[in-house]
Design a protein around this ligand. Structure first.
Ligand SMILES: [Mn+2]
Length: 421
């Protein structure tokens, strides 16, 4: 059952939207944000309505406010953004609907947020969950559930609990199988591209992958679809062993075995990665076209391959580049799109147990991503509190946060972060 507070708001806004011809969508640029926008966009198109979508990166509300001011007659659906800016958005309350899962500043009628109904939005409900459940109020859209799963996978959510479970039960045409996390046609290629879990020493290294497979008696050129049960078992146990040797906590090492989601034989994990790559390459529009079913797969695959190759190269260099402070390990990345991805992976698989800080510095401003494993202090709160002292802004969740800091203050910011942690 959808909680009463959310149901009432969905009901209210679905009536409101049915009276409109045109809706503006503002969403976050990541996989969850792009899929949320995509789900809303398809729902609107199916109702014969038109839309305009804008994707934003910054955690600052300025861009959002500018768009709202420039389009005083339009109704806005804002997804995966807004929770930290509710006092700013308040004055637009008669023409916005916010669906977000970040910890909200306060309670507002125009905001749908799992935290209002005591559901943890970092794990059990993302923006795509809300967008999908809302789409079922707009029409027969249960087939869009595959995109909610893409968003939830992108945000590393627990899909089998909370509102995610309700959305999963609502979704149509989803097949779930226990498999290894191998998403490509051939075995060697699948291991090379593995980032969830990332296997330090194998992922991104074709030579090592080949040697490793041969050493355990598997043919690197084998099709994943042709692997026998015993091949899968052997590979899984060898990969888990290797991870445990790397001191990776069992719950991450074991991610090599997963519940895999499919829609009409399509691998939803790969779909999610395609959309994620579009966001990280700042090609959100392309990701949206992909969700809308346009003929863009060649371009999307190209973006994915380039993004993953860049990401894997950065990951391969982290150990050499990283510098340690008391509590944090930090390093600089070359491309802005990989900062947050590398930090999540590094916190789990390269420096398990440490707080990892990835920095991309464009010369005037530094984009900083901070990640740690479960437990302890709330990173988002700490970053929100200290970033302004260094002329920037920050925020995030318990285990994942980010900040934008003027380049000249990065060093003092890192010292302060290390001291507070
Ligand atoms: Mn999200």
């Amino acid at each position: 059952m959808i909680p009463e507070d959310i149901h009432k708001k969905f009901d209210f806004f679905s009536k409101k939207i049915s009276e409109l011809d045109f809706v503006r969508i503002i969403s976050h640029y990541d996989a969850d944000g792009i899929t949320s926008a995509g789900i809303i966009a398809i729902s609107l198109l199916r109702m014969g309505k038109s839309f305009h979508a804008t994707f934003l990166k910054a955690s600052s509300p300025n861009d959002m406010v500018e768009i709202l001011n420039e389009n005083p007659d339009d109704f806005f659906i804002i997804t995966d953004l807004g929770s930290g800016n509710l006092s700013v958005l308040e004055k637009y309350s008669d023409r916005i609907m916010v669906m977000d899962h970040h910890v909200p500043e306060k309670i507002e009628k125009f905001v749908i947020n799992p935290h209002y109904v005591d559901i943890d939005g970092t794990k059990y409900c993302c923006s795509a969950t809300l967008a999908f459940l809302f789409s079922t109020y707009l029409g027969e859209n249960r087939d869009l559930g595959r995109f909610f799963i893409c968003g939830a996978l992108g945000d590393k959510q627990d899909i089998f609990s909370g509102l995610n479970k309700i959305a999963l039960d609502t979704a149509e045409g989803i097949e779930i199988k226990t498999t290894l996390a191998l998403d490509h046609e051939y075995l060697a290629e699948s291991l090379y591209y593995l980032t969830d879990p990332y296997i330090d020493g194998l992922s991104g290294d074709r030579e090592n992958v080949k040697e490793f497979l041969i050493s355990i008696g598997l043919n690197p050129d084998m099709r994943v679809g042709d692997m026998r049960i015993e091949d899968n078992k052997k590979l899984a146990s060898m990969l888990i062993l290797k991870q445990l040797e790397n001191k990776v906590p069992a719950k991450y090492a074991e991610k090599i075995i997963r519940k895999s989601f499919y829609y009409n034989g399509q691998n939803i994990h790969l779909m999610s990665e395609y959309i994620d790559s579009c966001g990280r390459a700042e090609r959100m529009g392309l990701g949206l076209l992909y969700i809308l079913g346009e003929n863009v797969l060649t371009d999307v695959k190209d973006i994915y391959t380039r993004y993953k190759d860049t990401l894997l190269k950065e990951l391969g260099e982290i150990k050499k580049k990283a510098k340690e402070m008391k509590k944090i390990v930090y390093y600089y990345v070359n491309s802005s799109g990989t900062a947050s991805a590398t930090s999540t992976i590094a916190a789990r698989y390269i420096f398990p147990g440490r707080t990892v800080v990835a920095i991309h510095d464009d010369g005037s401003f530094a984009k900083i991503s901070v990640r740690k494993l479960d437990g302890g202090r709330n990173l988002g709160e700490i970053l929100r509190a200290i970033a302004p002292k260094f002329g920037g802004h920050g925020g995030g969740h318990i285990v994942a946060g980010g900040a934008n800091i003027p380049s000249k203050n990065v060093e003092s910011f890192l010292k302060e972060l290390d001291r507070i942690l």
